[in-house]
Design a protein around this ligand. Structure first.
Ligand code: NDP
Length: 277
């Protein structure tokens, strides 16, 4: 019988690690599947998704930049995690043929921080840089994982305010202006969820932000994370992590949703590191 079909949609998508990650997970269970990377320009995305899911054996798709908002919009139903973020990185075809949108970015970050990197987030004062789709996903998850306070700072302050208001816990979740970063002391956890590194742009961050026990985390990985991680080390942070672990964990979340089994992520993470990711 024909294998079940999966895909990742993005633009560009040629260098996506998702096909390799999903095939490695599938091997852990002896599952044979097809997993393709599909490049779709923004105006072709909805049509490409429809075409893919018209195949009898198509079950699920991952979605990456720049299609996460469009994926959320075109779905027939949405999980709470997707609704909170307003974006989706997973589309699943339900038994009745309808498409369900889900967002695993927040869960994946918390899992990477707490399980792979062994951080106890409870009681941490956290700073979140950015208020885009990924920030909206991770803000809720950091809050629910028990950070003491969450300060959200975004280049365009309105988006940060909207996000903090949506969480609605003013005693613990609040916003500041980017210009105030030099005057707001230090944090235990600093998460860079801006796309500056991916876009090859620099962030101006004062050294005073990172306390000596700070963990700094960039959602980006590879070259895109270099500048932020170099800043973190120069600022004296205790830990500086990139988002490769989050990438593997969000893939595992999708795999578990589609196949009902949780793959082991550590060997896959280690093998990507060994390949230089
Ligand atoms: P969005 O485009 O939705 O949001 C981008 C955010 O970055 C906005 O807050 C934007 O601010 C801010 N920003 C962009 N350029 C700059 C700059 N030069 N200076 C300051 N702020 C800037 O992107 P996403 O939220 O989807 O993704 C963010 C990053 O996270 C990307 O690098 C992505 O690759 C990474 N990511 C990694 C994942 C993983 O699994 N490891 C999963 C998801 C995302 P403004 O509102 O002012 O424009």
């Amino acid at each position: 019988s024909q294998p079940l079909q999966f895909a990742v949609f993005g633009h560009p998508i040629a260098h996506s690690l998702s096909p390799q990650i999903h095939q490695a997970f599938a091997r852990q269970f002896g599952i044979t599947l097809e997993y393709r990377a599909i490049d779709a320009a923004p105006d072709a995305f909805a049509g490409a998704v429809k075409h893919f899911f018209n195949e009898d054996h198509a079950r699920g798709a991952n979605v990456t930049l720049p299609h996460k908002s469009a994926a959320f919009a075109l779905a027939d139903e949405r999980t709470q995690a997707a609704t909170r973020a307003g974006t989706a990185n997973v589309l699943t075809r339900l038994a009745d043929g309808r498409l369900s949108a889900h967002n695993t970015d927040g869960h994946a970050l918390v899992r990477d921080l707490t399980e792979r990197h062994d951080l106890d987030l409870r009681g941490h004062d956290a700073l979140l840089l950015g208020a885009g789709g990924a920030s909206r996903a991770v803000a809720w998850s950091l809050f629910e994982a028990g950070v003491q306070t969450l300060t959200i700072v975004n280049r365009s302050p309105e988006a940060a305010d909207t996000l903090a208001d949506a969480i609605g816990e003013p005693a613990r979740v609040h916003t500041r202006y980017w210009e105030d970063l030099a005057n707001i002391g230090s944090f235990d956890l600093i998460v860079n969820a801006t796309s500056a590194g991916t876009l090859g742009q620099s962030l101006t961050l004062p050294m005073s932000l990172a306390g000596s026990r700070a963990a700094c985390y960039d959602l980006a990985y590879g070259k895109s994370a270099f500048a932020f991680l170099a800043w973190a080390r120069a600022a004296g942070a205790r830990y500086a992590y990139d988002g490769l672990g989050m990438l593997v964990e969000q893939a595992a979340d999708a795999f578990e949703l589609w196949h009902g089994q949780r793959p082991g992520t550590e060997p896959v993470y280690q093998s990507l590191r060994a390949q230089g990711s």
